[in-house]
Design a protein around this ligand. Structure first.
Ligand SMILES: NC(=O)c1ccc[n+]([C@@H]2O[C@H](COP(=O)([O-])OP(=O)(O)OC[C@H]3O[C@@H](n4cnc5c(N)ncnc54)[C@H](O)[C@@H]3O)[C@@H](O)[C@H]2O)c1
Length: 358
């Protein structure tokens, strides 16, 4: 792939870069990293899940501007050399309460961002997700596994939006010869992660710092992997500079049981909270782990920050969230009432899963 490219713009210190979703968790860290490389950055965001405060520290930076813009409407940020399309609700709490908006930003929004890249001959990188693998039957998940996704369950608004955005990105590459990349991001955490997004790290950190019981669903033996944000952004930038057009997993392959993760949180916070077990949500995956062989081979990338270190680096941020009175939100609270009977668990067709992104 790639022999028909009409233009390939390399990311460099003189690039003008568009970041959609710039006021979000990952988008804001990406803006920091791009500015650190000397780029000029135009960020767009409709602030539906992100916060302007995430880029407030860039207010006096002349190479950065933030435009309030819904990317589901056509938009023109002026000439750019690279487009990073990161706009989308990302946590289960958000995308289940913003289901239609999530489908629209994955489809119309991604198309509008691709049109910007096409108009200015810019390169394009799509933020995708390990949710594309659904409830995987292959462990760990390599990029050539096509996944096991329920197209009609409550989480399909996100999974299928991202799968469509991958298809659209590949179509622009094939039909319009746009220079594209696709990153499949696995569960990432760090400062600026929404403290109220219902994900494992934010929930456990917030509960520990408030002295509340840490809630674990099931017996806590289900595993997850957690990538610290600086590792994730480094992998994304390496992909952006590469010639790789096929999807690339970027995540931390180190597996932790949820119980081990809770114990790490207790050690880092010094909290005396107790652990409380609750019943496992239907369809909760038992294991989730990226195969990063391709990232190692093609990008020379692998994560460096272990969970204990990443939690320590995130501690001050979560302390400030707790001081502001932000509370954890359970995933189930966001699920809209089902209007149709869901097939029984075990058919892999629906049911509320209290799972992460991934
Ligand atoms: N954080 C993770 O672990 C993770 C994992 C897999 C994939 N991703 C992907 O990375 C991207 C960023 O995720 P995040 O964790 O930073 O989430 P986030 O919610 O913090 O950031 C997403 C940003 O997109 C903005 N946005 C949403 N819809 C928009 C629209 N229509 N127009 C303009 N802006 C819009 C939001 O306001 C927000 O600022 C998403 O595409 C997400 O799917 C994240």
């Amino acid at each position: 792939m790639g022999e028909n490219l009409i233009l390939q713009k390399k990311l460099s210190g003189s690039s003008r870069v568009l970041v959609t979703g710039a006021a979000g968790f990952l988008g804001s860290h990406l803006c920091d990293a791009l500015l650190g490389e000397g780029c000029s950055v135009v960020g767009v965001d409709n602030l539906c899940t992100g916060k302007a405060v995430n880029v407030q520290h860039l207010a006096a930076e002349p190479r950065f501007e933030l435009k309030e813009q819904d990317i589901c409407q056509p938009f023109d940020p002026g000439p750019v050399d690279y487009v990073f399309n990161f706009a989308s609700p990302a946590s289960p709490v958000d995308y289940m309460s913003l289901g239609i908006e999530t489908l629209r930003v994955g489809s119309d929004g991604t198309r509008n961002a691709l049109e910007v890249a096409r108009k200015y001959g810019a390169s394009f990188l799509q933020a995708s997700t390990s949710e594309c693998y659904g409830d995987p039957r292959v462990h760990p998940q390599p990029e050539d596994y096509w996944g096991n996704v329920n197209p009609v369950g409550p989480r399909s608004v996100y999974d299928e939006a991202k799968r469509f955005s991958e298809a659209l990105t590949m179509a622009y590459h094939r039909y319009h010869h746009t220079d594209t990349r696709i990153v499949r991001i696995f569960n990432t955490y760090g400062p600026r992660l929404q403290s109220r997004d219902g994900r494992v790290i934010s929930n456990l950190m917030t509960q520990a710092l408030r002295g509340e019981d840490l809630t674990i669903y099931g017996d806590g033996t289900q595993t997850r992997s957690f990538c610290y944000v600086s590792d994730e952004v480094e992998g994304i930038l390496r992909l952006a500079r590469s010639d790789e057009h096929w999807p690339m997993n970027i995540g931390n392959p180190e597996e932790w049981t949820i119980l081990e993760c809770a114990q790490e949180v207790l050690a880092v916070t010094g909290s005396s909270s107790r652990i409380r077990f609750e019943s496992l949500p239907v369809d909760d995956p038992i294991q989730r782990q990226p195969d990063i062989t391709r990232a190692r081979q093609l990008l020379g990338w692998e994560p460096k920050i272990d969970l204990r270190t990443g939690l320590k680096l995130s501690l001050e941020y979560f302390q400030r969230c707790v001081e502001r009175g932000e509370e954890a939100r359970p995933v189930q609270a966001a699920a809209p009432a089902a209007s149709a009977t869901q097939p029984a668990a075990g058919t892999n067709c629906g049911g509320a899963r209290g799972r992460e992104d991934p």
